[in-house]
Design a protein around this ligand. Structure first.
Ligand code: HAM
Length: 415
């Protein structure tokens, strides 16, 4: 049997890179005072239909939805912002003072056509800051994700930024967009012709080369922002500039989910090709109300595609996997095998990773150590036990040193 199309196993040593990226993320989140939220993998279908939007590709054709035994329609989460907001409303988190800052790491499910960097089960590392409309929060959220990518070792990424306006200015923009679209839609691709009526904003996101010239003639949202949205967007840019964060404003960046308002952003990376973003995010000030909350809960967040981040990091630093194990113990005989057990426990307690050979032939044991990529091999025979000193072999250089029992852990950690 094989893994289902669009899903995959993440095997060691690649999984070591995943763990390292997640550890970096958790550390960055901690320093920005974000705390982990764990929401269920499945929710009622209505949650995603209402938040992500009925007319989006995600809700229209990519969700894994089934009817539970009691007739409830359930869906594997295609994203997590809706679930975080559902939890925020359900647990009345608005009553806790201050901005509530959450992060999550976990699998999401979308039935997309699998290709490089696109899976049906994929993983996101995301964060949401709920409870403030301030543009300073927008800039800080973006600063945090840039810091995360830097610390994960990603270089050469590109931040693109836009504002998609609010309920005051967007309807006027939409009217202008629809009017202009009516004239050019018949010349556009099939998807765009459909979107021109169902979700005109998404036409701006079309990637079909032949459509680009016509789409470039459509009105720009940035020319239609109301005064408040304009001022909000200006402050976001000022704060990013202040922090030395480079960005490009792209008025056609509209994102594929309906809940966005004002700031939207994506980060792209050369390793992924132009169509695939490493991450996407934005502000969603009206989302709580659309889920039935009487209390407003303005928020902003992002989700990193972890599969894509890991792939980009690996392409930037090939072979950056962690070494498999620090030390490989090679005991020669019955007594040495038991002694190796005690040594392994001591070394592990000191934080060293240890593998024990179950092969008594020294040559074969050393071959195994080599194949595993062990940094050191420790040979344990009767003479070593009697003398209380051991021969430690550096597997890369082949050098051997004789060390006392007490000095073993320090030597491994120092080198
Ligand atoms: P999204 O743009 O739909 O936004 O997804 C965010 C990221 O998830 C993408 O940029 C991409 O890296 C990754 N991703 C999406 N689909 C796939 C796939 N099929 N395979 C691999 N990676 C994928 C959201 O999900 C929003 N919840 C982001 C957000 C949070 N906005 C506000 N807060």
């Amino acid at each position: 049997m094989k893994a289902v199309k669009g899903t995959r196993d993440i095997l060691p040593p690649a999984s070591d890179v995943w763990i390292r990226v997640e550890a970096v993320a958790r550390e960055v989140f901690r320093t920005f005072n974000y705390h982990e939220i764990r929401t269920p993998i499945f929710e009622e279908t209505a949650l995603f239909a209402r938040s992500v939007g009925e007319d989006t590709d995600i809700v229209g054709k990519e969700m894994y939805t089934w009817e539970d035994r009691d007739g409830t329609s359930l869906t594997l989460r295609p994203e997590a912002t809706a679930s975080v907001m559902r939890a925020y409303i359900e647990h009345r988190l608005d009553q806790i003072p201050g901005i509530k800052k959450f992060y999550y790491i976990g699998p999401m499910f979308r039935r997309e056509r699998p290709q490089k960097g696109r899976y049906r089960q994929f993983y996101q590392i995301g964060a949401e800051a709920i409870g403030s409309e301030s543009p300073i929060v927008d800039a800080e959220v973006i600063e945090m994700v840039v810091e995360l990518l830097n610390r994960a070792g990603l270089t050469g990424f590109h931040l693109i930024l836009n504002s998609v306006g609010c309920s005051t200015c967007r309807p006027k923009f939409m009217a202008a967009l629809k009017e202009k679209l009516a004239g050019i839609a018949p010349k556009l691709c099939e998807d765009c012709q459909r979107r021109a009526t169902t979700n005109p904003l998404r036409v701006l996101d079309c990637k079909v080369p032949d459509d680009q010239a016509a789409i470039d003639t459509l009105p720009s949202i940035l020319d239609h922002l109301c005064e408040d949205c304009h001022a909000h967007f200006r402050v976001v840019q000022e704060h990013l500039g202040e922090r030395g964060i480079a960005f490009e404003i792209r008025p056609r960046l509209v994102r594929g989910l309906d809940y966005y308002m004002r700031t939207t952003f994506e980060i792209t990376h050369g390793a992924l090709g132009a169509q695939n973003a490493v991450l996407g995010g934005g502000r969603y000030d009206g989302l709580a109300e659309s889920l039935g909350s009487r209390v407003p809960a303005p928020g902003i967040g992002f989700s990193i595609g972890e599969d894509r981040l890991v792939m980009s990091v690996e392409e930037t630093h090939p072979g950056a996997h962690e070494p498999a194990v620090d030390v490989f113990l090679a005991p020669l005989g019955d007594v040495a095998e038991k002694h190796a057990g005690a040594l392994a426990a001591e070394l592990r307690a000191a934080g060293v990773s240890v593998e024990r050979s179950v092969d008594r032939k020294l040559k074969r044991a050393l071959e195994t150590a080599n194949k595993m990529g062990a940094r050191f091999a420790l040979i344990i025979g009767d003479n070593e036990i009697a003398a209380g000193t051991y021969l430690m072999k550096d597997m890369a250089s082949g050098d051997q040193v004789s060390l006392s029992r007490e000095a073993l852990a320090a030597h491994i950690q120092k080198n």
